[in-house]
Design a protein around this ligand. Structure first.
Ligand code: NAP
Length: 392
């Protein structure tokens, strides 16, 4: 008697069974992967929720703990560095944008300290006047280099000429810059505004790239003119502001890369007496022009700092080895408004500097306040009250 009997499937059923079982396995795998993915998503979500809860109090209490000793250490360092400030007698300082404004006066301040200078700009005659004056003020040797920092070859040449002439480089001052002023929607040809980024950002980035090997050799310094515009969302300055914000993070990152080999000072001025603050801007037509109405809307009743005072503060700060400088110092407070109340800042800019559609820009409340009070006579240095630029 046979108790066990074997069931044999007819061959016609075997193949479909194999196919179905493969499909079933594939479906199960998909469902499994889907569940694993869901689980991973869930865990990641939980981790972020946990960090969202924990990071703010952790940061707050860490700052309470870390800030007091850090501030004390910084104050001590500031006093120490002020006493043992760098002596730049005979040192080689390369300044771009030295034909006018801040760059021109930086040349005078370094000259007074006995530094040798390489001065860069495009307008030859103006640069020559600055070079002569720097010589009179005490610079033992001034080299003039006519170059356009928008061009990478010019940036390479200006560094090589400096090294060829002096054999070393101690401070590189990236100061060349232009300002654009137009609502984005009013710009005729947006591509003509590339020149702002090319001058302000790429001009500094190219020159710095070529200068770094020589600055490493001398344990030198980079000084860069960013701006408080890097954090303030003033209307009509979107592209200028972006170029200055780009400079800020570029040089902060570079500072990490270079460590203690090359020191980086980032300068973020407020409003400083110069051709730019005289109203020389790139207009919506893509032309460099003097537009003092637009300047008045922007600056309004804010006191403009003298350029000699600002240049002196920058050179002292560079010699002291500071990492940041805002001049005038009170302008730094605007950064607190930006961090803690960005919406209030935006609202103030809209209210004060913009007009209703169809109304002329010159009707902006910020300009009306300036015109009605006559504040310009007191708050603006004489050089920026006239629309006449220095003649070549
Ligand atoms: N004034 C302020 O309130 C203020 C505030 C914050 C930041 N800044 C920054 O400070 C820097 C100096 O500006 P400033 O106020 O002194 O204005 P400025 O008087 O107009 O000086 C700008 C200088 O840059 C030079 N320059 C412009 N384009 C150049 C190019 N493509 N190649 C070489 N040189 C060039 C100009 O000379 P050439 O035209 O002869 O080339 C001039 O010497 C700028 O980077 C600006 O953004 C100024």
């Amino acid at each position: 008697m046979h108790w066990c009997h074997t069931t044999t499937f007819p061959p016609s059923l075997v193949q479909p069974l194999i196919t179905y079982s493969h499909r079933l396995i594939a479906y199960l795998q998909i469902i499994w992967c889907f569940h694993v993915a869901l689980l991973v998503d869930l865990i990641m979500d939980l981790i972020h929720k946990f960090l969202n809860l924990v990071a703010p109090p952790f940061t707050f209490f860490s700052l309470c703990f870390v800030l007091p000793p850090l501030l004390l250490y910084r104050s001590f360092l500031w006093v120490f560095n002020s006493i043992f400030s760098e002596d730049v007698v005979g040192k080689v300082i390369l300044i771009t944008g030295a034909a006018s404004g801040i760059g021109e006066h930086l040349a005078y301040q370094y000259a007074k300290k006995g530094a040798r200078l390489a001065l860069v700009a495009r307008r030859e005659q103006l640069l020559e006047e600055v070079a002569n004056r720097a010589g009179e003020l005490g610079s033992p040797h001034v080299l003039m280099i006519i170059a356009d920092v928008q061009k990478v070859d010019d940036c390479s040449r200006l560094v090589e000429e400096t090294i060829g002439h002096f054999g070393r480089l101690d401070h590189l001052v990236n100061c060349a810059g232009i300002m654009s002023m137009s609502m984005l929607e009013e710009i005729n040809d947006i591509s003509s505004f590339r020149t702002v980024m090319d001058t302000n950002f790429w001009g500094s980035a190219y020159t710095t790239r070529f200068a770094i090997p020589y600055l490493r050799d001398s344990g030198g310094k980079i000084i860069v003119l960013s701006s408080s515009a890097s954090w303030l969302p003033a209307p009509r300055l979107s592209i200028y502001n972006a170029s200055k914000a780009a400079l800020l993070i570029f040089f902060e990152t570079l500072r990490v890369e270079l460590g203690s080999d090359v020191h980086v000072l980032i300068v973020t001025p407020g409003f400083i007496e110069s051709e730019m603050i005289q109203g020389k801007v790139l207009t919506s037509e893509g032309r460099m022009d003097v537009d003092q109405d637009m300047r008045d809307i922007l600056v309004s009743a804010t006191p403009i700092r003298t350029v000699s005072g600002c240049a002196k503060a920058i050179v002292n700060s560079a010699c002291r080895g500071d990492k940041y400088l805002t001049d005038p110092a009170w302008f730094r407070m605007t950064w607190l408004w930006k961090v803690f109340c960005p919406d209030v800042l935006e609202w103030c800019y809209r209210l004060l500097q913009l007009t209703r559609p169809g109304e002329p820009a010159a009707g902006a409340p910020s300009k009306k306040v300036l015109d009605m009070t006559g504040g310009k006579k007191v708050l603006y240095p004489e050089t920026v009250q006239t629309p006449e630029l220095k003649k070549e």
